[in-house]
Design a protein around this ligand. Structure first.
Ligand code: E4P
Length: 215
């Protein structure tokens, strides 16, 4: 399974990439706005930092405008994956971009049939928003299992990306059911590798050796 970070905060990306080599990055318009950075230069900087796909989202809502914006985003760096909403217009744009070999990530996917539609359009990735599904009382990870099962029956090449991850059990479940990718908010990355018994055990060992922890 591949691990992406879900943020547009370049400093956090650098910090995590130091101890957990990232396979890619996902951003969205909210995360970019929160970062305060200029979108295009930010995407270029992220691509320099992480060796893997970097999703940059279009803001257009018509297929024609999405395609124009996609060309600009894809031209920023070879690692850019154009993120498009899973709408009819997004599907039209995806099919055109797929013909041009431009990588796409169909975002805001909330049903297995939407995921299948993304695959039919030739999407490179489809982002299933598990946290937002859980919020409305639908089991997000169950939806991901369904998508993986459907895709496996038809040798679909579109990769299943688990997004809107809220807690470590989402990450664990994603790995257990064989999701291709999980995109994780920065705070959860630390929680994934830290454990109080590791800290306690290390402190004990160092104390025995007459040493202290160098941070
Ligand atoms: C994925 O690509 C999205 O950026 C993200 O996972 C959305 O998560 P949220 O539901 O926490 O906003």
């Amino acid at each position: 399974m591949q691990f992406f970070v879900d943020t547009a905060d370049l400093e956090k990306i650098k910090e995590i990439n130091r101890w957990f080599p990232l396979d890619g990055v996902t951003t969205n318009p909210t995360l970019v706005a929160d970062s305060g950075a200029e979108h295009h230069s930010l995407i270029r900087s992220i691509c320099k930092e992480v060796k893997g796909p970097v999703s940059a989202e279009v803001l257009a809502t018509s297929s024609e405008e999405m395609i124009k914006e996609a060309h600009v985003l894809a031209g920023l760096h070879p690692q850019v994956v154009v993120k498009l909403p899973l709408t009819k217009e997004g599907l039209v744009a995806t099919a055109c971009l797929s013909e041009e070999n431009i990588s796409t990530n169909l975002t805001l996917c909330f049903s297995a049939l939407q995921a299948l539609s993304a695959a039919k359009a030739g999407a490179t990735f489809v982002s299933v928003f598990v946290g937002r599904l859980d919020d409305i009382g639908v089991d997000g990870m169950e939806m991901v299992s369904q998508v993986i099962h459907i895709f496996s029956q038809y040798q679909v090449k579109t990769k299943v990306l688990v997004a809107s991850v809220r807690h470590l059990s989402h990450v664990l479940a994603a790995s257990e059911i064989g999701a291709d990718i999980v995109t994780i908010p920065p705070a959860l990355f630390s929680k994934m590798v830290e454990h109080p018994l590791t800290d306690k055990g290390l402190a004990q060992f160092l104390k025995s050796a007459g040493r202290s922890i160098n941070k």
